[in-house]
Design a protein around this ligand. Structure first.
Ligand SMILES: Nc1nc2c(c(=O)[nH]1)N[C@H]1C(S)=C(S)[C@@H](COP(=O)(O)OP(=O)(O)OC[C@H]3O[C@@H](n4cnc5c(=O)[nH]c(N)nc54)[C@H](O)[C@@H]3O)O[C@H]1N2
Ligand SMILES: Nc1nc2c(c(=O)[nH]1)N[C@H]1C(S)=C(S)[C@@H](COP(=O)(O)OP(=O)(O)OC[C@H]3O[C@@H](n4cnc5c(=O)[nH]c(N)nc54)[C@H](O)[C@@H]3O)O[C@H]1N2
Ligand SMILES: [Mo]
Length: 685
């Protein structure tokens, strides 16, 4: 009889998510058997999401990549298994040829994003920086407009500890769906509610989060700036602003309020399509509340005026005096804990110095020859990114990829994108590698232990880059300055620096042995009211915004709207049981299939029955998808959860054009993508 001992390891979920949960993996005989939450984590407190509990299934899923695969013709599906040695040889040959022909590696492009945010994974950026100039696809498809808005007003992307929400007198959840996307925040919202705080949800969709609300406002998409402006005007007229803050800690309020006095209240109410009564109720709560927490989602800023709308909401928080207060302020994102040396490669100013930047939209629109009189793209390295399901207009991206002579994808699964690569390299999951994980929401840091051996021939991101560096150096010592370390742990230790010491008080992974640690940052952001702007004050008037051709003040700018040809907004928010393109295939949901949520009145008027397959289309693309009557949507909105639907041909992003957000360039080198400014028509088949 075999008696297996269960060993426990500490792991950290590295996904692009607000939680970065620490978890305990239970291992028997080198195999993961069970995952539990870690009760010692101060924010997630031992609770995982359905995806977290399903990691065993994901890890050993039949579709998990086992070996390196090569196909001569991209998209042919004629992959053959090759050895790692052969894979490295193919890559090195390609790189050497590029270097010979062009004198540098500019034709080599890095295409990487958010599949894994662990510190180890920034090794790829570091490797690319170690071979001289390369091309980088820059910009964030996620939150660049909002990040830029925070920077314009406050100078740096800081946020109070999310646990502060529990202390709020009023919680406004604005364009966020935490019941789905940020589940560990919910207990803190409920705690505030238990202490008597009212909960307001502002979202064009009646989401799962709406169930928590005392007041639900359903604005027209992208009209939030108008609502925020109306609220400021109302509070100003009622003399309910924080005049001391305005006087001592801000600039430009006079100019801004002058504009507010001139806005036509009725016109603004109509633009956001919210009844006067509801606005007045919210105004009365804002007048009464001692301190307000504003939880702002990324969803809100995926519009062509998204950054400006966030500035308008921030202005409300600032003018009311909520910023820097216990239990108050803006909860959007924080970047203070992105301090490891290799993470800096991610930040735009570092990108600018060494590389040729190709913005996401230039890449999608102009393809492989985006630069006049400069080398084209000859080789692409994709890691932690699945553009053929996640980016706008994937049809174009696929065509561009076909034209690139050599495409490499580092993946765990044969995704739509991997299918269009020449070389697919299998990589480890976080259970099979050592890593450090920090987060953009809470301020914990934790070490991720290697719990099990790599699945079949998978290699870690560090291992792949190290092996490449060794071979490049062997070919010619000057080609690459990437440091060769002896293990993942030694590599991780090399990424500690003064800033890590300052923020976390630690110097090596040994200091994380006992479990997660919380950053030594103030619990309340901006509690000293000293902002990181050029003046040290809060900017209601931003010269930087003005220089970028944007309105200097947070005055509402009208966004896009449906038209006669394409009368519906298509909102494609984040899925309850998937994370972007990941986890879909685990069928964690009753609705494994893709569906479009449609208002029953609209459907009935068109003779569409519940469950019927319909056509949703615009001038860019067309999909056939099941229609479901839903209370989530109003009459001029259709909703489809974004991501990947492996059992069907539905690719939602075929409908999504490259529409830019108003902001993002200064934050990440490119404007963001206004995914939700997509307009479509629906028809019976
Ligand atoms: N229509 C629509 N599109 C959207 C959005 C939307 O709201 N609507 N949201 C946008 C947003 S907010 C974001 S952040 C982007 C996300 O876009 P991506 O960053 O592309 O998203 P993911 O699907 O999380 O991860 C990409 C890939 O990483 C792989 N991966 C996971 N772990 C690892 C690893 O350890 N190593 C490597 N090499 N690969 C790994 C996964 O298998 C997956 O295929 O999508 C955007 N796209
Ligand atoms: N389960 C799960 N969790 C996730 C993810 C996931 O895919 N699945 N993805 C992770 C990532 S990468 C991200 S960026 C975050 C996203 O986290 P969230 O921002 O919370 O989620 P989204 O679905 O992007 O959008 C939130 C809400 O914005 C609303 N919205 C759209 N347009 C407007 C508007 O004009 N005004 C207002 N007021 N609301 C609007 C949408 O209807 C939606 O309900 O979640 C992270 N967590
Ligand atoms: Mo995101």
């Amino acid at each position: 009889m075999n008696v297996y001992r269960t060993t426990q390891f500490k792991n950290v979920c590295p996904r692009n998510c607000f939680s970065a949960c620490t978890m305990i993996s239970h291992v028997e005989n080198g195999r993961l058997v069970h995952i539990t939450g870690d009760r010692n984590h101060p924010y997630t407190k031992g609770k995982l999401c359905s995806k977290g509990y399903a990691y065993v299934e994901r890890n050993y899923h039949q579709d998990r990549l086992k070996f390196p695969y090569y196909q001569e013709v991209k998209g042919s599906g004629k992959f053959r298994q090759i050895t790692w040695e052969k894979a490295f040889e193919l890559i090195i040959n390609q790189m050497i040829n590029i270097k010979k022909q062009y004198g540098d590696f500019l034709p080599l492009v890095l295409y990487k994003y958010s599949g894994n945010f662990g510190v180890q994974h920034f090794v790829t950026e570091q490797f690319f920086s170690s071979i001289g100039k390369t091309t980088r696809i820059v910009g964030s498809p996620c939150h660049s407009a909002g990040i830029q808005a925070v920077q314009y007003d406050m100078g740096a992307v800081k946020m109070s500890d999310p646990t502060q929400v529990a202390e709020a007198g009023l919680v406004i959840i604005w364009g966020a769906n935490p019941a789905v996307t940020n589940i560990h925040l919910i207990p803190f919202i409920l705690e505030a509610k238990g202490r008597g705080a009212k909960i307001v949800v502002i979202d064009p969709l009646y989401t799962q989060t709406t169930e928590l609300a005392d007041l639900y406002l359903q604005p027209r998409p992208s009209s939030d700036g108008a609502l925020a402006n109306l609220l400021i005007k109302g509070l100003y007229e009622a003399k309910s602003l924080d005049y001391r803050f305005l006087e001592e800690h801000s600039i430009g309020f006079e100019k801004f309020i002058k504009q507010m006095k001139q806005i036509d209240t009725q016109e603004y109410e109509e633009m956001c399509d919210i009844p006067k009564k509801a606005i007045n109720l919210l105004l009365s709560w804002l007048k009464e509340a001692k301190v307000v927490s504003y939880i702002i989602g990324m969803g809100l800023q995926r519009h062509s005026n998204g950054g400006q709308n966030i500035r308008a909401i921030q202005a409300l928080a600032a003018a009311r005096g909520d910023i820097g207060k216990k239990g108050g302020g803006i909860f959007f994102n924080q970047e203070e804990t992105y301090v490891f040396s290799n993470q800096q490669g991610f930040i735009n100013e570092h990108l600018n110095v060494n590389n040729r930047n190709l913005t996401m939209d230039e890449w999608i629109t102009n393809g492989v020859t985006p630069f006049i009189n400069q080398p084209p793209i000859e080789m692409m390295w994709i890691s932690c990114r699945n553009p053929l399901t996640q980016e706008p207009n994937p049809q174009l991206i696929q065509n561009h990829m076909k034209k690139i002579p050599f495409v490499v994808a580092v993946e765990q699964f044969m995704t739509q994108t991997a299918k269009m690569a020449n070389l697919v390299l299998p990589t480890t999951t976080h259970f099979e590698e050592a890593d450090i994980v920090t987060n953009y929401w809470h301020k914990e840091i934790a070490f991720n232990q290697k719990a099990i051996p790599p699945y079949y021939e998978s290699r870690s991101e560090w291992n792949i880059m190290r092996e490449l560096a060794l071979r490049l150096k062997h070919h010619s010592p000057n080609l690459c300055s990437f440091p060769i370390h002896s293990s993942e742990e030694v590599y991780l230790n090399s990424q500690f620096n003064e800033k890590v010491l300052e923020v976390f008080g630690i110097q090596s992974i040994n200091d994380l042995e006992k479990g997660s640690l919380t950053a030594k940052l103030p619990k309340i952001a901006w509690n000293d009211q000293q902002f990181s702007t050029t003046t040290g004050k809060y900017h209601f008037y931003s010269m930087e915004a003005s220089d970028a051709g944007l309105p200097p003040t947070p005055l509402f700018v009208e966004g896009k709207a449906p038209n006669e040809t394409y009368p519906f907004w298509l909102i494609t928010p984040h899925h309850p049981y998937a994370l972007n393109s990941q986890f879909h295939f685990l069928n964690l949901t009753d609705e494994g299939e893709a569906f479009v949520a449609i208002h029953s009145d609209v459907a009935k008027a068109m003779g569409i029955f519940n469950g019927e397959i319909v056509k949703v289309f615009n001038n860019q693309g067309s999909i056939e998808i099941k229609a479901i009557f839903s209370k989530l949507v109003s009459k001029d909105i259709l909703m489809i959860y974004q991501g990947w639907y492996p059992d069907s041909d539905v690719n939602i992003n075929h409908l999504i054009p490259v529409t830019l957000t108003d902001m993002g360039e200064n934050a990440y080198g490119a404007k963001g993508i206004a995914f939700y400014d997509t307009f479509v028509k629906v028809e019976k088949l």
